[in-house]
Design a protein around this ligand. Structure first.
Ligand code: GDP
Length: 716
């Protein structure tokens, strides 16, 4: 039997019942860079008949990589979605970005998935970066299956991958596919054994699946692995346990049912195997997606939040709920056209549907509902709950927004955005580019709320801030490729903050006319350093300050928070302090709110001035990163010495195998700029590392943070 009949090809397109969610699968292929996600996706598109030829990443023809710079870099950053049919199921492949810089985007894409396919490099097993990806899958509580890729290569070892998953993820991996040849055997990879049905799956000349008996070369291993699969599942699955107790060998259906139940319960991770590059094992993996991963109705119900406060929402669920998880913008001849990728949780959307956005408070009309099939686009009349589609016609909706019924006070994503950690000073090449640059930066920030752009009116420069080096590099590339502005930019500068070392007090007094009213206000303030710097200062009221009317207190608090956005020594935002308003008095009966705000502001400046004048004065606070570096032992001395010189705090150094060392710790982000280049040269390309944001902390003693020029110079 060939897989041509399996897939149904493209024939069913357009006839798919949008409202039948039982056969729907919203899955993300989750992998770190180089594990083979793009190659696997291409292969899936080919197998399911959506693409007539297999695009090769290495040749730059990948159809999932929409944007030019992705093609140039060979990595996948934009989250698009593609619909593929597979044996009666309809699979929405949601492209999840794998780079750690894009955590906001990854999180959001994870939120719209019901299941995950985690790709490992079969020759490397679980790498530190795989753990980052896995943590994201875990955090969302997604049922997952895994795919050991590159199994034709020497060193590929599916059983070791299974052990790794158990050891590093703490989840039992059950091997459901076993390579025929490849790895460290002498034979080339010719296919995989489906251990549930005990059949061999190979490929015909056209790259489609053929089925046959399990070849003798792997018959023994396959038999042992199948017995292990049955035992492992019978231990935890009641249904299968009953079958085994009867003394029967379970049928494939019984085994599959147990596998599905336990995958959904997240007690096991089925491990598939193959080589995406040749296409081995990919059809079986798709069977797995269709047969063991959940449909939208089996996934967890979405969490809801109140629109403004972000507090958990427990009222009646609105009749329409859809999360906008990606905006894809193109500007052609000055006209912007956006595609909004949404996951629908409740209600239906079609052309002409009117949707309400609680963030903007506006209703917008959908012009078209589209289903994206890799490179071509299908207009559909209606999309229902559980579906992932693209919408055209929305003008004001941004990434992370919820589309719902008018006036509903519920949103799907909490309104928090992590503080950017790295920025560039950006300026137009000439004055005539100024408006274009402004429009382009605003557009980028709207698409991706983890990018911030702010204008310094004095210098005319923009500060473009984001989540890391690559994040900013991509934004810069888009500015020139898509928006046609080619701004100059300076070296990356880390977003530094200031904090005080010791407590300090300050007093502010105003006594002047405000229009017809006279304002007399005196505010006293005490600054108290916090042991661990939080991202924004805490404001507390005490003593006579408690007697202030609520509106005056609010004005005062607002002024204090605004003033603390620029610290006393270098103008960085002040964090890691509690601002206590200990007194607020007026010689008159009352004072206008603005008088309280101005007195508070003066008091805070006074206190910061006193703090800065003290011996230890001001402390710099900066973003830190946690790292895991894997290095061969013979170069580990140099790698560790280099980390020391970067003021890294090393938590542990472990042996990995006989010839490897793993260094786990954290360091200021500022010290890690350009680290990949340095590590490559120190280890001749043999060491690898992964980074993840650890939050704000004090700059290490003796580091150069805060020294002149440490925060970067202007554009070159
Ligand atoms: P991504 O970064 O996860 O999207 O990974 P890619 O799909 O771009 O693959 C990274 C590299 O691994 C490319 O050079 C691919 O050709 C290669 N690759 C992918 N799958 C296989 C495979 O099955 N076998 C081998 N040998 N190489 C593969």
């Amino acid at each position: 039997m060939s897989a041509g009949a399996d897939s149904g090809g493209t024939a069913g397109r357009g006839l798919t019942a949008a409202h039948d969610a039982a056969g729907l699968r919203n899955v993300g292929i989750c992998a770190h860079i180089d594990a083979g996600k793009t190659t696997l996706t291409e292969r899936i598109l080919f197998l399911t008949g959506v693409e007539r030829y297999v695009g090769r990443v290495d040749e730059g023809t990948s159809v999932m990589d929409w944007m030019t710079e992705e093609r140039e870099r060979g990595i996948t950053i934009t989250a698009a979605t593609t619909r593929v049919p597979w044996r009666g199921a309809e699979i929405n492949l949601v492209d999840t970005p794998g780079h750690v810089d894009f955590t906001v985007e990854v999180e959001r894409c994870m939120r719209v998935l019901d299941g995950a396919v985690v790709v490992l490099d079969g020759t490397k097993g679980v790498e530190p970066q795989t753990e980052t990806v896995w943590r994201q899958v875990e955090r969302r509580g997604l049922p997952a299956i895994a795919f050991a890729n590159k199994c034709e290569r020497p060193g590929a070892d599916v059983l070791r991958c299974a052990e790794d998953i158990a050891e590093r993820f703490g989840r039992r991996a059950v091997v459901v596919a076993y390579p025929i040849g490849g790895g460290d055997t002498d034979a080339p990879l010719t296919g995989v054994v489906d251990l549930v049905h005990m059949r061999a799956q190979a490929l015909d000349a056209a790259g489609q699946r053929t089925l046959s008996k399990v070849p003798r070369s792997v018959a023994d291993e396959a038999a042992v692995l199948r017995a292990e699969l049955v035992d492992a599942l019978a231990e935890i699955d009641e249904g299968l346990f009953a079958v085994v107790c009867e003394g029967r060998t379970p049928t494939s259906e019984e085994l599959l049912a147990a596998l599905r139940t336990q995958t959904l319960a997240r007690t096991v991770v089925p491990l598939f195997a193959g080589a995406a590059l040749m296409g081995h094992g990919v059809a079986l993996l798709l069977d797995g997606v269709a047969s063991v991963l959940p449909s939208p109705s089996e996934g967890r119900p979405p969490e809801l939040f109140h629109v403004a406060s972000g507090a958990p929402f427990d009222g009646a669920v609105p009749a329409l709920l859809a999360l906008n998880f990606k905006v894809h913008s193109k500007v052609r001849r000055g006209e912007r056209s956006d595609l909004h990728f949404v996951r629908i949780y409740a209600g239906e959307l079609g052309p002409g549907s009117r949707v309400w956005n609680g963030r903007t408070g506006h209703t917008e009309e959908i012009v078209a509902v589209l289903r994206i099939h890799a490179s071509d686009v299908e207009h559909i009349e209606r999309a229902g709950p559980g579906d992932v589609v693209a919408l055209a016609g929305l003008r004001e909706t941004g990434t992370g927004d919820t589309l719902t019924t008018e006036g509903a006070d519920a949103r799907l994503e909490p309104p928090t955005i992590p503080t950017p950690v790295l920025g560039y000073l950006v300026e137009p090449r000439s004055d005539k580019d100024r408006d274009g640059l402004r429009a382009a930066l605003e557009q980028l920030a709207r698409e991706d709320p983890s990018l911030h752009a702010s204008l310094d009116p004095e210098s005319g420069q923009w500060l473009l801030e984001g989540m890391g080096e690559l994040h900013l590099a991509i934004a810069m590339a888009r500015l020139s490729d898509e928006f046609g502005v080619e701004p100059r930019h300076g070296p990356p500068r880390v977003a530094l903050r200031e904090s005080v070392r010791a407590s300090a007090v300050g007093v502010g007094l105003v006594d002047r006319a405000y229009g017809d009213a006279w304002g007399n206000a005196r505010v006293e303030i005490e600054l108290e350093p916090e042991a661990e710097p939080a991202a924004v200062p805490v404001v507390e009221f005490e003593g006579t300050a408690l007697d202030l009317p609520r509106t005056a207190r609010r004005a005062l608090e607002g002024a204090l928070l605004a003033e603390s956005s620029s610290g006393p020594t270098a103008g960085h935002p002040v964090v890691g302090v509690t601002v206590r308003v200990t007194g607020a008095t007026s010689e008159r009966d009352s004072a206008p709110e603005v008088a309280w705000a101005q007195a508070g502001l003066a008091a805070l400046r006074d206190a910061l001035k006193h703090a800065a004048a003290k011996a230890a004065g001001i402390r710099l606070v900066e973003p830190w990163m946690s790292f895991v570096v894997d290095t061969p032992v013979d170069v580990s001395g140099g790698v560790i010495g280099d980390l020391n010189s970067r003021h890294a705090v090393m938590d542990e150094i472990l042996s990995t195998g006989t010839v490897g060392r793993r260094v786990v710790g954290s360091a200021p982000l500022r010290e890690l700029i350009g680290y990949s280049t340095e590590l490559r040269s120190l280890s001749k390309g043999r060491a690898t590392f992964s980074l993840r944001p650890r939050g704000l902390d004090f700059a290490p003693a003796g580091s150069s943070a805060g020294a002149p020029g440490a925060s970067g110079e202007g554009p070159a």
